[in-house]
Write a protein that binds this ligand. Structure first.
Ligand code: ATP
Length: 234
């Protein structure tokens, strides 16, 4: 569905991505793991068209989208939930959700989709008239996820959805992501919570200093000695 081929991204003299190739298959939950500064966010931003790509190609359902603008990429159904959630803190939960349905096709289905989001996240339904800035960290992450669902994504790219959350809340977020995938949503999940991430993913890539150094079924990566010692503390 999504193909990244020999992608290079440079920030002035820094080579943030060095010939990265990666595939996301339809209906799969694919993970991208790696430590701080390895280039994970840069990769998502490159797919979304938010950073200039120096070379390489990005394809979507066989079509070259490397040079599309972010709005055109979003219209294809490729939706990124950024690290840090980027909500509108003074707007209510409901208003934040409605902001997610800005494309005409999504707007037409917004009443239905909001109902589905409230079913998935009953806590958001209870707080629908509350300013989003007053929500807990976990609720804000749920709202960011809910807002992205409002745009009816075909590929959801999640950047560190559990960052800064207590372990019990983080595990709830991972469970919800896993449920969404089981319902058919294709997901590219970026996370440093390696064990949780690999436990819900089908295929995974390890990114180190801008390069993919390991790729394979998630179940095999969990058993890899390098992943065990560097990322699982075993
Ligand atoms: P983290 O998990 O800490 O966010 P990451 O794996 O997502 O890390 P990136 O944020 O993609 O990594 O950063 C990759 C490298 O590129 C880092 O060395 C970072 O300092 C650098 N970098 C990221 N954005 C920019 C930018 N806009 N200008 C210059 N350098 C940048």
């Amino acid at each position: 569905m999504l193909g990244i081929n020999a992608l290079e991204v440079n920030y002035q003299h820094l080579r943030a991505l060095r010939g990265v190739s990666l595939k996301v298959e339809k209906s799969d939950l694919t993970a991208l793991i790696g430590s701080n500064g390895s280039g994970k966010t840069t990769l998502l931003n490159a797919v979304s068209g938010l950073v200039p790509r120096s070379s390489g190609t990005i394809t979507w359902e066989g079509r070259d989208i490397t040079n599309l603008m972010p709005d055109a990429i979003c219209r294809l159904g490729i939706v990124q939930v950024p690290e840090g959630r980027k909500l509108f803190p003074k707007m209510t939960v409901q208003e934040n959700l409605e902001m997610g349905a800005y494309l005409p096709e999504a707007r037409a289905k917004s009443v239905q989709t909001i109902r589905r989001v409230f079913d998935l996240f009953p806590r958001l339904a209870e707080r629908r008239n509350q300013a989003s800035g007053l929500l807990s960290g976990g609720e804000q992450q749920m709202l960011a996820l809910g807002r992205s669902l409002m745009s009816c994504p075909r590929l959801l790219m999640l950047d560190e959805p559990s960052l800064g959350l207590a372990p019990i809340v983080a595990s709830e977020i991972f469970r919800i992501v896993s449920d969404l995938n089981r319902d058919g949503l294709t997901v590219l999940l970026v996370s440093q919570e390696v064990l949780y991430t690999l436990s819900i993913s089908k295929y995974a890539y390890l990114l180190e200093s801008g390069k993919i150094t390991l790729a394979g079924p998630a179940a095999a990566l969990v058993e890899d000695p390098r992943v065990k010692s560097s990322y699982l503390g075993i």
